[in-house]
Design a protein around this ligand. Structure first.
Ligand SMILES: Cc1cc2nc3c(=O)[nH]c(=O)nc-3n(C[C@H](O)[C@H](O)[C@H](O)COP(=O)(O)OP(=O)(O)OC[C@H]3O[C@@H](n4cnc5c(N)ncnc54)[C@H](O)[C@@H]3O)c2cc1C
Ligand code: FES
Length: 278
């Protein structure tokens, strides 16, 4: 996977509508696909940033582009998709040569891993995309090798596992026990947090996946280790105009995932797991 990743503060990291061509679509099982595009102008982005993606062949429906984490940037940007509805179904059926528009880079990237800190990534399904790019970014910068806890419902729900293994230490969990530890990925996190405590290490957790998984990860980390999440809230515009991506804040009110996130400190978000008065 080519990275072409730079720091989020890079002044070249400017949002633009890129008219690109689908170069390759690789199916991973029946539900997952990697789409790689050809872009005349390189997309300069950092891990955790995303693109609003729409094929020019869609006509008037689906009307809105779909937010997708960048799996790689540069002149051959790519995304990993899971088919859940009409937009992703069309992406999964598209053929090389199809014209697409990518509005990118968007949103805030993952924050820097503090010095002397063990990065622990918790990924669920397609939530692996922004974490794989972060692991590749760390590897190319000579940074620490992350411990990646990767969970899926079955062995078929662990896309890009080999690429992940190339840049990190991976432990896997599946709910049906078809690969790795049987159970949810939080079982692995519980053990990893205990190891960190025993060895008196500093650690920071980065997580992306289904909302319920991230809420559970945030609850386990609270008061123990810092935790950053990448939220996958439905979005309309991707750059702060439609107010369609509110995330409830623990302090009351909302923040907007496309401009204030998607990568956020987990303690800022009201996950709904705190009891009133607790
Ligand atoms: C910043 C960001 C990064 C994302 N990165 C990825 C990625 O790398 N790969 C990937 O496959 N998906 C990613 N998503 C989710 C992706 O945007 C949605 O799955 C997609 O928009 C669904 O479009 P659709 O037309 O196929 O489904 P729709 O027809 O719009 O919806 C089908 C079903 O999916 C549900 N749904 C729609 N959007 C979401 C969502 N964001 N979260 C949970 N359920 C949803 C709907 O409620 C509905 O039940 C990301 C979302 C965000 C905000
Ligand atoms: S998606 Fe439009 S404001 Fe966030």
């Amino acid at each position: 996977m080519s990275g072409a990743v730079t720091a989020a503060s890079d002044c070249r990291s400017v949002r633009a509508l890129h008219r690109v061509t689908l170069k390759d679509r690789k199916a991973i099982g029946s539900a997952y696909h990697v789409l790689t595009f050809e872009s005349a102008e390189p997309i300069v982005a950092s891990a955790g940033q995303f693109a609003m993606v729409r094929s020019e062949t869609w006509g008037s429906a689906p009307l809105l582009p779909r937010p997708m984490s960048l799996l790689s940037a540069g002149k051959d940007p790519s995304i990993l998709i899971k088919v859940v509805g009409e937009g992703t179904r069309r992406m999964a059926a598209s053929a090389p040569g199809e014209p697409y528009q990518l509005l990118a880079p968007l949103g805030k990237s993952w924050s820097k891993i503090p010095a002397a800190t063990r990065p622990v990534f918790v990924a669920g399904g397609v939530g692996v995309a922004p974490l794989l790019l972060l692991a590749e970014e760390l590897a190319s910068a000579g940074g620490p090798k992350p411990l990646v806890l990767y969970g899926g419902r079955t062995a078929h729900d662990l896309p890009l596992l080999d690429q992940l293994r190339a840049v990190s230490d991976v432990r896997i969990a599946t709910e049906d026990g078809s690969a790795g530890t049987k159970g949810r990925v939080t079982v692995l996190l519980s053990a990893a947090l205990d190891e960190v405590g025993v060895h008196n290490q500093l650690a920071k957790v980065y997580t992306c996946g289904p909302h319920a998984m991230m809420a559970a990860v945030a609850a386990m980390c609270e008061g123990r280790v810092p935790c950053e999440v990448s939220v996958e809230t439905p979005m309309g515009c991707g750059y702060g105009v439609c107010l369609g991506c509110p995330v409830p804040k623990v302090s009351g009110g909302f923040l907007y995932a496309c401009t204030e996130g998607p990568c956020l400190d987990a303690t800022v978000i009201d996950w709904g797991h705190r009891k009133a008065g607790a």
